[in-house]
Design a binder for this molecule. Sequence first.
Ligand code: G6P
Ligand code: ZN
Length: 609
Amino acid sequence: TVQGHTEAFLVTRRGVRFLACPLESKLLPTAPIAGQKPGTSGLRKKTKVFMGKNYLANFVQSTFDALAQTNAPVQGGTLVVSGDGRFYNPQAIQIILQIAVAAGVKRIWVGKDGLLSTPAVSAVIREREGGFKPFGAFILTASHNPGGITEDFGIKYNCENGGPAPESLTNAIHKNTETIQQLHMAAQFPTISLSQAATHTIGDVTVEVFDATEDHVSLLQKVFAMDKLKALIGREGGFSFKYDSMSGVQGVYARRVFLELLGADDWSLLNATPKEDFGGPKSASHGHADPNLKNAVELIQAMGIKSDGRKVENSGPFPDFGAAADGDADRNMICGTKFFVTPSDSVAIITRFAQDCIPFFAGGLKGCARSMPTSCALDRVAKDLNVPCFEVPTGWKFFGNLMDSASTYGKTDYTPFICGEESFGTGSNHVREKDGMWAVLAWLSILAHHNPDPAAELVGVEDIVTEHWKKYGRNYYVRYDYEGVEKAAAEEMMARMAADGRACCDGVDLGNFELATADMFEYHDPVDGSVSKNQGIRFIFTDGSRIVFRLSGTGVDGATIRLYLEKYVDPTGSLDMYAPEVVRPLAEIALKLSLLAEKTGRDEPSVIT
Ligand code: G6P
Ligand code: ZN
């Protein structure tokens, strides 16, 4: 054989045959760029920062350098690369391809048009057929943050279990970004066309561009009884719904699932074409592909809900069911006619009915979990079902460990497992990310279960939720966000409460509330033994009501203080009050004990959800 740099050929008795061979790579000098520390869900910065010289490349190279210290099979391995379609997604993919190839990756899977939702990436890593198990994935997304050249971009790395990288790895990546000197990139690697499903072979490397919905949707078809959902949508007595993809990546999946598989018509879909700026400032959401009462404007108008969560006066007609997804489609928002379901209630209700109507759970649920600030509604259901309910810090990776408890750590098996967060994330162990489409199909399953007679009057979302409150009581729940606070001021406010929460309550009139505990939440992972400190301050009252403070881990500018307010009312109490009013006394206490106004100069939250 004669070895060339970009191609090799074998001289045989029958002639010359070209062989796939290692591609040449080039070394480029670079220098560390400050601030490349991944947050709760990867590295997020202004798009222009990412477009700056070597910014993205430094981070990706640092990831490969960190992977080289682990036993991830990068050499000769398979990698997934795709994003939510925001501005700079196509260019970023090409840069990652070049670094991956130089690092020894031999097979790269990319969704058509460079698109894959976050849960779909997880499904692709775990499920995609072909005998090549990916060692990981780069997901190009800043989730629900606006996209566009003047907005945000982001990147996160997921591991071979399909879940976000653990802190040990993200810390190692960050460390490498502080010392990086060289980039290794494939020399003369062509730009790969992403606009069509095709397999590209370059030297000994294969780049496979495939339909973004394939793996995720076929997994969902196994999880849910799709025939029952189809029957619900086509039922004789009528069923109408609106699904808002908010111009994010979900549009691709929404068309496949709702139109092609479930037989809904176009009318049901809002903003189902992915856009690089999610519609931008002129859109109803102002380019914030974030499914909540503030940003999912088109959906809540369509459903007859006001931005403060109340019902509109006019009688409609309004659809029976409504839902929305964020930019990368891992979040979900659930509504009924004139009715908004809080994410905390949603996970509790899905957990309650899962075994009855979702085939994936038919054998019995074995565990559930919520993030600490999420309301305790789930705990009551778990108790009733007699399954363990874990309280973990904010961030999906903590759920992942519980899901992998048996498979990776040889400990108790908690799967099938359901989990959720107040931040509009819900999911299960079918993947290792929260899954916006999964949550919607779970709700359709619950609706189908409650409506066995196709001609009868529909038992709707509000009926199901109010019945739930009558059985378990209601955890009235509201979140106040103080965005763009000066970082030092926010940190000082938190430090004061962390030092002595009880002392902060001294001299504050607690009204009818009696303080039970005040502490900084610290998580001791029962699966891998790791300890996560400083996960938020909790004031818990004897009646189960809670005040929680935490600093957001996903912001790009300054600090965002989140204040979570929860008041429990048992089934004998008033269950149909207006949540923001119910929690107001708690908010007043929270402001006094935190000295929020004094410390930050802010007297009003920027968002109430
Ligand atoms: C991301 C994570 C979630 C987490 C949320 C918290 O969406 O995937 O698991 O709940 O961030 O955001 P925050 O801004 O409150 O840190
Ligand atoms: Zn997201």
